[in-house]
Every structure is written in C-alpha cells, then in structure tokens.
Design a protein around this ligand. Structure first.
Ligand code: CO8
Length: 242
C-alpha cells in the first residue's frame, strides 16, 4: 500500500510526488509477489489536487517542454490491479489520480470534483475524459464547468466509485479487496483488468473480440485447471499465478 504523505499541502501532487508514486508503483508492478496495489491518502485528503503553488509561475513552454504530468499516464498502464482508497478531498489531480486506479473505494467523508476552472485552468491528468466516461456528460459538464464538488453518496450514485464505507473502515476494506484480488491468478487478473479497460478504448464488437481471445488464452494457464478442479472437488482454489 502506498500512502500519500504531504500533510502540510493536503497531499497536493507536485512533480516529486508524481515521480515517487509512479516509480513506486512501477517497481511493484514488476514484482511477481505483488498481486494488487492500494493507493491512499490521509483522513482529510486523498489529494487536494495538483500543486497550485508549483504550477502558478509556469508558462506554456515550461509545461509543454516538461510534458507536465505526462508521467501520471504510466499509472494507467500498470498491469497489476490497483485500488484507490479515498477519504477526504479528491479534487482536481486527486480525483484524476483516483480515476487512474482500477477500483475506487470511497470513505463516507470523500469529496470529489474537478475545480480547476476556478483557478483559470482545466483538468490535465485525464479528468475531462475519465470523469465523463464514469459519470456521463450531464454531471461531468456541470462539475468541470462550475467546479462543484460531490460527496461520496452522489459519487457512488453517479458510478464514480464502486462502494462507500465508513471512514474508519476504509483502509482495512481496501486491503481486504486487494487481498482478494491478489489471491486470484495474477496473469488471469491482469487479463481481466485489460479486458475491462479495453471497454473504454474501443467499439463493442472489437472489445468483445478482444475479450474472447483472452478468454481462450486463459485456458493455457495452470490456474484455469486449478480453479475449475477446485470447484469440482469442492475445495478452495490455490492459484500458482501461472
Ligand atoms: N496545491 C497546493 N497547495 C494546496 C493545495 C493544492 N492543490 N490544496 C491545498 N493546499 C495547501 C493550502 O495552500 C494550505 O497551505 P498553507 O497552510 O501553506 O496555506 C494547506 O494545503 C491547507 O489547505 P487549506 O488551508 O486551504 O485547507 P482547508 O481545509 O481550508 O481547505 C480545500 C481544503 C477546500 C481542499 C482547499 O485547500 C482547496 O480548495 N484546495 C485546492 C483544490 C483545488 O483547486 N484543486 C485543483 C488543483 S488544480 C489541478 O489539480 C489541475 C490538474 C491539471 C494539471 C495540468 C498539468 C498539465
């Protein structure tokens, strides 16, 4: 589990945080012992956005030449499943970071939004795209154009988060979900993640074709034999991740 820990700035995401989070998650992604990655923040803030103070003096060429925040895209390319455990503020880049994860669990204290417009900018880590795909145009337009935030209940109703839990239960619940995922066959979980993620990238027919190819491929794994044998033998499966 990774915990964002910049309390003086409500976990604002500066370049250092970005580089550290991306490097740490990529290292876990390469670790065959790691079956799921959890990212969380503090009770008050998952992350209150990209670091406004760091961005304020930048000009267009600074942002363009540094390809500011492009490294966050690598989080979306991890093969290991990821869980965002969000309590408190998940605003701007914080909301975008949560949406880069595969499973989004929220505490009842969570607050989501893309308030960039109030700062004279727009979302820059995929918020305009991922929020719209998650909650639809009507709500995304309102949130992005007005900067209004939504609480955990509204976020769950809108389909942004998979579940809302009491704040005290958030981290244990996220770890339990991660343990469940990590207990599955790792290659099969990777393929399941890849198949669901493909739904955001392609047509229905192509997505179903992609799923079918992966579905056939899992029959080449020892874990498929184990999972189906365990079912017929009425015992828990012990996946060997191959
Ligand atoms: N960046 C930098 N510092 C921050 C940020 C931030 N996003 N958020 C909070 N802080 C700092 C505050 O400045 C304050 O520091 P200090 O004590 O030195 O003044 C400290 O954290 C505590 O914050 P507050 O005193 O404001 O705490 P409150 O509880 O009163 O308020 C809020 C909490 C409502 C979350 C408030 O802090 C707030 O509105 N924060 C900004 C939220 C926001 O606008 N987020 C969007 C940022 S922009 C963004 O994410 C754009 C991404 C696109 C980049 C594109 C690049 C290509």
């Amino acid at each position: 589990m990774l915990t964002l820990n910049r309390p003086a700035a409500l976990n604002a995401l500066n370049l250092q945080v970005m580089n550290e989070v991306v490097a740490a998650t990529e290292a876990l992604d390469r670790d065959p012992e790691c079956g799921c990655i959890v990212i969380t923040g503090s009770p008050k803030a998952f992350a209150a956005g990209a670091d406004i103070k760091e961005m304020r003096p930048q000009g267009y060429l600074d942002m363009y030449l540094a390809d500011w925040f492009a490294a966050w895209d690598r989080l979306g390319q991890l093969r290991t499943p990821t869980v965002a455990a969000v309590s408190g503020y998940a605003l701007g880049g914080g909301c975008e970071l949560a949406m880069l994860c595969d499973i989004l669990l929220a505490a009842d204290t969570a607050v989501f939004g893309q308030p960039e417009i109030r700062l004279g900018v727009i979302p820059g880590i995929g918020g305009s795209q991922r929020l719209t795909r998650a909650v639809g145009k009507a709500k995304a337009m309102e949130l992005v154009l007005t900067g209004r935030t939504m609480d955990a209940t509204e976020a769950e109703r809108a389909g942004l988060v998979s579940r809302v839990v009491p704040a005290d239960d958030l981290v244990p619940e996220a770890l339990a979900v991660a343990e469940t995922v990590a207990g599955m066959s790792l290659p099969v979980a990777m393929m399941a993640k890849e198949a669901v993620a493909r739904a955001f990238e392609t047509t229905l027919a192509e997505g179903v074709r992609f799923e079918r190819r992966l579905f056939h491929a899992v029959f080449a794994t020892a874990d498929q034999k184990e999972g189906m044998s365990a079912f017929t033998e009425k015992r828990p499966a012990a996946f060997r991740h191959r």
